[in-house]
Design a protein around this ligand. Structure first.
Ligand code: AHR
Length: 323
């Protein structure tokens, strides 16, 4: 049930306030969006969806690409505050270091919505956070692997996301929880690939070299699909078969991982919707127009996909969506 629907159920007065809020919408509102950058296909899709949603709703979206740097995000947020925007969206590159700038936004009475990543800061510094349950994503990936290998010994190499980012921290924790009950499954190497395809390939090449050509590696767990696609290339370059000699499990569900599944080179992915803006704008609409304070954490779904789930169809459904 959406936030607006829940609000409408709260009582007669709320229903009246809510309907007038819905009638007003966000048309003409100015919203600043501090995006991390364009490190992955998923990130590109989130940017496209956010811009398209803003256009559909008549929002004047001020977009700032931080090129993976927190200092650029802080500068952009300060710029939005100086312009007097109606609201700010932030996809925070790392989890710490936000208190000062978010306090400035709060003092200027500008609501801030976090997109796709969490932060370590007092909750009153942001209106709401729209993100997946990243620990669950890792757990789903780990549980899938445990089921896939059965009793066989399985040595796993892990490609972590950006150091200090909430998905890197939480997806690591979740996967460890997912394999905790299986003594035959263990992580033997773990390193950051910074969520990019090129670093995923480079780090996987290092893992294969360090593990005697890769023969002892049973699976690669990657914190996103782009690094997994890079790892798949590294496995092929080493003369091994991704998806068979080395299992590949990752997170995002971008078109390229479904193409890899069709080719038999990837085994599982956990979906992360790129549509964080839909729930974010709905929450802002209710808040700015009706004073309704949304839930603090709006959690998106985390669905597992394997080659049994029509990967060609999934590829076709997603390929035009900005990935
Ligand atoms: O925060 C979400 C993560 O950021 C995505 O899983 C990854 O692809 C992106 O870089």
């Amino acid at each position: 049930m959406s936030i607006l629907h829940k609000t409408a159920l709260a009582g007669g007065l709320a229903v009246l306030l809510c309907s007038s809020a819905l009638a007003q919408g966000l048309s003409g509102k100015v919203v600043g969006f501090s995006q991390i950058g364009s490190e992955s296909g998923w990130r590109a899709a989130e940017t496209s969806v956010t811009k398209a949603e803003a256009e559909r709703l008549g929002i004047d979206l001020k977009f700032a690409d931080a090129q993976q740097k927190q200092e650029n995000q802080i500068k952009a947020i300060r710029g939005f505050i100086a312009q007097g925007v109606d609201a700010i969206l932030v996809a925070p590159v790392v989890a710490t270091g936000w208190e000062e700038v978010l306090t400035e936004a709060k003092e200027a009475s500008i609501p801030v919505v976090l997109l796709d990543r969490g932060i370590e800061a007092p909750e009153d510094l942001y209106l709401t956070s729209v993100a997946s349950d990243q620990v669950k994503e890792g757990r789903v990936a780990g549980e899938w692997l445990v089921g896939a290998v059965g009793d066989k010994e399985c040595k796993v190499v892990e490609l972590q996301g950006t150091v200090g980012s909430s998905p890197a921290i939480n997806r690591k924790q979740g996967f460890e929880e997912g394999i905790a009950g299986a003594a035959n499954v263990s992580i033997i190497r773990s390193q950051t690939g910074d969520f990019t395809r090129s670093k995923g390939k480079e780090v996987m090449e290092g893992f294969i070299k360090a593990e005697g050509g890769g023969a002892g590696i049973c699976a690669v767990y990657s914190h996103n699909d782009d690094m997994a696609v890079g790892a798949i290339q590294a496995i092929k370059d080493a003369g091994l078969k991704p998806g068979t000699d080395i299992l590949v499990v990752s997170i995002d569900a971008v078109p390229d991982i479904f193409a890899a599944m069709v080719a038999g080179e990837a085994n599982a992915t956990v979906e992360l919707t790129p549509n964080m803006a839909g729930p974010a704008f709905a929450a802002l609409d209710a808040y700015l127009n009706g004073g309704t304070v949304p839930e603090k954490f709006i959690i998106t779904e985390s669905k597992l996909y394997t080659p049994a789930d029509d990967p060609q169809g999934e590829y076709d459904r997603r390929k035009g969506l900005g990935y």
